[in-house]
Ligand binder design. Structure first.
Ligand SMILES: *[C@@H]1O[C@H](CO)[C@@H](O)[C@H](O)[C@H]1NC(C)=O
Ligand SMILES: *[C@@H]1O[C@H](CO)[C@@H](O)[C@H](O)[C@H]1NC(C)=O
Ligand SMILES: *[C@@H]1O[C@H](CO)[C@@H](O)[C@H](O)[C@H]1NC(C)=O
Length: 427
């Protein structure tokens, strides 16, 4: 069909050039004629277009430079987020809590419990989502029912993230940023605060912490070759190493960073559709790379000319690493409360299930009652006697600002300042 379309544009162009007005009406019939011809003769008809194309005076151009990513949404502010919240065995309850803390009627949510969780636990989460009158009303929460087998540190993690992104892109795609979280993440401010600050930002920005200074990862990550059995076995088992080592890529430059990010819709569209081969080759390369979630999107983004100028070097998270860093960040507790707030970050990780610090965040930062969504301008019910203000729903475009907006504004202003923004892109 692609060829057919360029043929039509060629024909029309030709016509304008050589024939006067009087014959133009006839050419209007041409597309339908060719369509009929195509229907009756099928693709065999296509070679016929080649000589015509070759005689055109246009310089040769490559397919991938002609295809443009889906543009940013033209819907008025506030923007919309698309969240993936994933978990594993035993995470059902904390996943629900994170979902409620992140909830806003204009956003979209995909939740996933991987195949290490029991059928019963997944059924439970599914039942909860289906029976919630709030989620039913806005129909913006979906669960991936065919659970994926996800290996920690393995490429199946990236595959799972791409799977959710594909669903979100396919289902309307009326969103602006895709944000990948897990059930051990938690917001430090309301969605109203986030939506407010993001409504002042260009919608093509990609928030991703990255560097090409791969350091020790060159020998520990880039050279070893791993296999993720999650790609072909039915049961979960850890990745294993192949004896042989490989060299550092020369076809593209490796970037690495945090596995947490907020990616623009045009970039997700570019990764999922893959008309340019880069996202696909890099994905295949990373299928043998330990901790691929810390490199895949970073490497694609920074090697794509049309996207590298859109990066903002931040993962928008507060994450506390031990010194020296271990494989996992340390679990946040009440003792970290001040540092979390002062980081101005909208999200933090990682939290133990039902840790008391989450109650403090609910109370002090989100104004959220147990089992209720974080209230926003859309909640117009009473707050008294522990009732849910979101039980009465008003205009979902109304935003009620909290203190988080000021903090996020400070963070974003600093990230986009002349000394941080351009100088830290893909370096
Ligand atoms: C996405 O989310 C999961 C948490 O479930 C995380 O472990 C993973 O590394 C994230 N990032 C990517 C790029 O998949
Ligand atoms: C990205 O920025 C660089 C440096 O400012 C510029 O030369 C280049 O043309 C930009 N690329 C795109 C696609 O805008
Ligand atoms: C809250 O409870 C008090 C006493 O139980 C009652 O008088 C009041 O009307 C209640 N307020 C609302 C908004 O239900």
């Amino acid at each position: 069909m692609k060829k057919l379309r360029s043929y039509y544009s060629n024909v029309r162009h030709h016509q304008k050039h050589h024939h006067p007005e009087r014959t133009r009406w006839w050419w209007l019939l041409l597309p339908s004629l060719f369509f009929l011809l195509f229907l009756t003769t099928g693709p065999r008809f296509l070679p016929f277009t080649r000589p015509v194309l070759l005689t055109g005076s246009e310089p040769p151009s490559f397919v991938e430079s002609k295809i443009k990513p889906k543009p940013v949404s033209s819907l008025p502010a506030p923007p919309r987020f698309a969240y993936l919240i994933s978990g594993s065995a035993g995470d059902g309850k904390s996943l629900r809590r994170t979902l409620l803390a992140l909830y806003h009627p204009s956003n979209r949510y995909v939740v996933h419990l991987d195949r290490a969780s029991s059928e019963e636990e997944r059924e439970d989460l599914n039942g909860y989502i289906r029976s919630s009158s709030l989620f039913r009303r806005f129909r913006n929460v979906d669960m991936i029912e065919k659970a994926n087998l996800v290996t920690y540190r393995g490429p199946t993690m990236v595959a799972n993230t791409l799977h959710a992104a594909a669903i979100l892109l396919r289902e309307g795609a009326e969103w602006d940023w895709f944000i990948n979280l897990s059930s051990s993440d938690y917001p430090l401010m309301s969605q109203d605060d986030l939506l407010h600050v993001f409504s002042h930002l260009p919608r093509d920005l990609n928030f991703i912490d990255h560097t090409s200074n791969i350091g020790w990862k060159a020998s520990q990550r880039a050279k070893p070759v791993i296999i993720d059995p999650g790609l072909y076995l039915n049961k979960k088992s850890d990745v294993f190493w192949v004896k042989q080592r490989r060299s550092i890529p020369t076809a593209f430059k490796l970037f690495t960073g945090s596995a947490w990010m907020a990616l623009s819709r045009p970039f997700i569209d570019y990764c999922i559709w893959g008309w340019d081969n880069l996202p696909r080759t890099v994905l295949m390369y990373y299928s043998n790379f330990l901790s691929s979630p810390e490199g895949y999107f970073h490497t694609v983004l920074c090697n794509a000319e049309e996207f590298k100028n859109t990066t903002v070097n931040s993962d928008l998270h507060f994450i506390a690493w031990d010194n020296p860093p271990k494989q996992h960040p340390h679990h946040l507790t009440l003792a970290d409360m001040d540092r979390m707030v002062n980081s101005n970050a909208p999200f933090a990780r990682k939290f133990r299930r039902e840790d008391p610090v989450l109650d403090t965040i609910d109370e002090e930062l989100l104004n959220r009652g147990p089992g209720m969504p974080t209230p926003g301008g859309w909640c117009i019910g009473s707050h008294e006697n522990g009732t849910d203000p979101c039980a009465v729903i008003g205009d979902t475009d109304v935003i009620r600002l909290g203190l988080g907006a000021r903090r996020l504004e400070t963070l974003v202003t600093s990230l986009l300042s002349p000394e941080n923004f351009r100088p830290k892109q893909c370096k």
